[in-house]
Design a protein around this ligand. Structure first.
Ligand code: FAD
Ligand code: SIN
Length: 534
């Protein structure tokens, strides 16, 4: 945990770029920020894979906004606060739900084709929402449609340049100020120094530190780890959301089966074919996600099974066909019919509630470093995110980050004062099987920081992580995989340390040894800063 930089680089020897605003990532938060900042600043978007490769692209269910007749931001606020289990920051949620409708209307004005019925926007229901307020596109391909719409908006924009296949390695930072980043050209193998007046982190969450996850391969927590190394405070790292229904077939990718499937009436059945959710919560299949995931977990333990089932057999097959084309197509590959068959599912890591602590203007506590979307934590999701609130979070706070970056861009460009960036350790090189450590790390975190947590396994996990870190951090990796592994180790430490600290159960964080919610001691955020580890 002592590293300030992963690599010892001589910055005089590498090519340099100097946009006004540097944005890391290319999901909904990044592009929303870019579109605002680019109104009067030059913007460089750096993304580690292809432009569309992001969690945003895979979003299924939809985007929540109080746009339906009879709905209101106040009702959306209420549902978000209830799901957040006492830990949401109300001002942040208020901003989300009141500005959200305007941002979504902007998407619509830009031509995003949300699904409609009789010319009215179609809305679905998801867990924790008191009414239908989730807009969707192309049935269950909401993320793909939004990402395409945003991407076409920045394509050919005179003030926006996109650098694909460039991996941000570290933020350039000195004495609490951020000056940009160092990036690795993943295909060419060269490093690049990028100096900017404002840097926006929009690098998404850390789902890949878990063996069972719905998140794509790019989601390795790089932004959280980078910001932490640069001295930013992170918060709520123990709150990792498990999505209740991920396809569970040996050999198949852990493909998400949208919560909207339950919103349209699907039942959850145990191995005996019995519905069980009512035993756990009167809201049944549409209780908030943390409640449903825990209920499935208990049902699997009590029945000695590896999964439960989703069933839509009682729902109109036409509706199933129309609403869930992507899910149907995927299931068909495994010989399953969504409209008829029982679909084997179990919970998997899905969303990072914690992250880089930001204020309502997307500022971290490192000067000139902003953060928005899943990488950030401004308190909007509390201990458990309400379904379909995260695309909205990316839109609203991405926009905010863009505004703040614009302000910073109107000033002069600060010059990074150091010629080299140096790690504070001795260098040595030993052979490391990166894939092997990555797989072991993912299994360890699944066990130690999963749906339920307990002191002893977490203490053992920290010992193991410390051990791996000693030799993995000693390496100066020139490959994306190696650098990602270092970031994953850092994030795993932060999740487990957060979970060890919080000696209570709340929302997505459940401790077997502290089963009660303790508002007196723990109705607060757990924050972590590098200084505490040194
Ligand atoms: P992302 O969209 O994850 O983008 C992060 C970007 O950063 C990527 O482009 C990545 O390549 C880039 N990046 C990461 N590290 C680096 C680095 N070191 N250097 C350069 N670039 C980097 N939410 C909803 O509200 N509704 C839904 O229906 C929904 N469905 C979902 C379904 C699935 C399967 C998944 C996985 C998530 C879903 N979510 C949903 C959650 C939601 O998609 C995400 O929270 C949201 O898209 C995050 O947006 P973002 O812009 O913060 O990050
Ligand atoms: C889903 O479609 O179930 C995912 C929705 C979300 O993560 O908000």
């Amino acid at each position: 945990m002592q590293e300030h930089y992963l690599l010892d680089l001589d910055l005089r020897r590498i090519p340099a770029l100097a946009p006004d605003v540097l944005i890391l990532g290319s999901g909904i938060a990044a592009i929303s920020a870019a579109l605002v900042a680019a109104e009067d600043a030059s913007v460089l978007l750096v993304t580690k894979g292809g432009q569309q490769e992001s969690n945003t692209y895979y979003a299924q269910g939809g985007i929540a906004a109080a746009l339906a007749p009879g709905d209101s931001p106040e009702a959306h606020l209420h549902d978000t606060l209830v799901a957040g289990a006492g830990l949401c920051d109300e001002a942040a949620v208020r901003k989300l739900v009141t500005e959200g409708p305007a941002r979504v209307n902007e998407l619509i004005r830009w031509g995003t084709p949300f699904d409609r019925k009789d010319d009215q926007l179609s809305m679905t229901l998801e867990g924790g929402h008191g009414q239908r307020r989730v807009l969707h596109a192309n049935g269950d391909a909401t993320g793909k449609v939004i990402e395409s719409s945003l991407t076409s908006r920045i394509k050919d924009h005179p003030n926006v340049t996109v650098l694909e296949d460039h991996f941000a390695v570290d933020l350039l930072h000195h004495q609490g100020v951020c000056y940009g980043c160092v990036a690795l050209d993943a295909k060419g193998g060269r490093f690049l120094k990028i100096e900017s007046k404002a840097t926006i982190l929009a690098t998404g969450g850390l789902g890949q530190i878990y063996r069972e996850t719905t998140n794509p391969d790019v989601t390795t927590g790089d932004g959280i780890a980078m910001a932490f190394r640069a001295g930013a405070t992170v918060q709520d790292m123990e709150f990792v959301q498990f999505h209740p229904t991920t396809l569970y077939i040996a050999g198949a990718k852990r493909f998400l089966i949208s919560e909207a499937v339950r919103g349209e009436g699907a039942h959850l059945l145990n191995r005996k074919g019995e519905r069980f959710m009512q035993k756990y919560d009167e809201r049944g299949e549409l209780a908030p996600r943390d409640v449903v995931s825990r209920a499935i977990f208990l049902e699997m333990i009590n029945n000695g099974s590896t999964n439960v089932f989703l069933s839509l057999a009682h729902v109109d097959p036409k509706l199933v066909e129309e609403r869930f084309p992507t899910i149907r197509k995927t299931l068909k590959q495994y010989g399953l019919d969504l409209a008829k068959d029982r679909i084997p599912v179990r919970p998997a890591c899905h969303y990072t509630m914690g992250g880089v602590r930001t204020d309502l203007a997307a500022r971290s506590d490192v000067e000139r470093l902003l953060a928005a979307g899943e990488v950030a934590s401004c308190g909007v999701h509390g201990a458990n995110r309400l379904a379909s609130n995260s695309l909205l979070d990316g839109l609203v706070f991405g926009h905010e980050a863009g505004q703040m970056a614009r302000k910073l861009a109107s000033g002069s460009q600060p010059t990074f004062p150091l010629k080299r960036v140096r790690p504070v350790r001795e260098k040595e090189t030993i052979p490391i099987d990166v894939d092997d450590v990555r797989a072991s790390l993912k299994s360890l975190i699944n066990r130690a920081a999963g749906i339920v947590r307990e002191a002893e396994p977490m203490a053992n996990a920290i010992q193991m992580l410390d051990f791996w870190q000693k030799y993995v951090y000693a390496e100066e990796f020139q490959s994306v995989k190696g650098l990602e592994l270092q970031n994953m180790l850092a994030c795993a430490q932060l999740v487990v340390r957060g979970a060890q600290t919080r000696e209570e159960s709340r929302g997505a964080h459940q401790r077997l040894d502290f089963p009660e919610t303790d508002d007196v001691k723990w109705k607060r955020h757990v924050t972590l800063n590098r200084k505490e580890f040194e």
